[in-house]
Write a protein that binds this ligand. Structure first.
Ligand SMILES: Nc1ncnc2c1ncn2[C@@H]1O[C@H](COP(=O)(O)OP(=O)(O)O)[C@@H](O)[C@H]1O
Ligand SMILES: [Mg+2]
Length: 145
């Protein structure tokens, strides 16, 4: 099938629109005949990363690329960055604001979940911003029979 590439802008604290990247990607993956399980796996990873940019950064963007073999997703944002990546990857660790917690976020499971659902995850961060690159491999079993 033809390859897909789309870029999304993500605004700080815009909880109303958080989930847009996940739901539009979900639609595209379904259209391509991928299984519910595979679609769910990718959607969970994207949703968690999208929420993180909304609640923890000053805003950023996301690029989703899909071809027959892989779903490749990059989230890039502007600061404040992650002080300690090891702590951030620990289940339950969260620095979520009162505002985020009031809206149901901040369980500290986003990054651990992204790590477990993706086939590859690269997280780099500085005071200037954070970049999260995740990959989901597509094989024959991922297509609806
Ligand atoms: N894009 C980001 N920018 C800055 N900090 C982040 C970002 N993503 C994650 N973090 C940091 O890593 C922590 C753990 O993230 P996560 O596991 O998704 O838990 P939660 O979002 O529920 O706090 C966050 O609380 C935050 O301190
Ligand atoms: Mg999170």
């Amino acid at each position: 099938m033809e390859s897909y590439s789309r870029e999304f802008k993500i605004q700080k604290n815009d909880i109303g629109n958080a989930g847009t990247v996940a739901s539009l990607t979900k639609r595209e993956l379904k259209r391509r005949g991928l299984t519910r399980d595979f679609v769910k796996t990718v959607t969970i990873g994207i949703y968690e990363a999208e929420i993180n940019v909304v609640i923890h950064s000053y805003g950023g963007y996301c690029v989703v690329k899909i071809n027959d073999d892989i779903v490749d997703v990059i989230f890039q944002d502007i600061g404040p960055g992650i002080e300690c990546i090891d702590s951030a990857l620990t289940p339950g660790f969260s620095t979520a604001s009162h505002y985020a917690i009031e809206n149901g976020f901040g369980a500290g499971m986003g990054l651990p979940n992204i790590q477990s659902v993706s086939d590859e995850m690269k997280l780099t961060s500085s005071k200037e911003g954070t970049r999260l690159h995740m990959k989901f491999n597509i094989d024959g079993d991922c297509y609806e029979s």
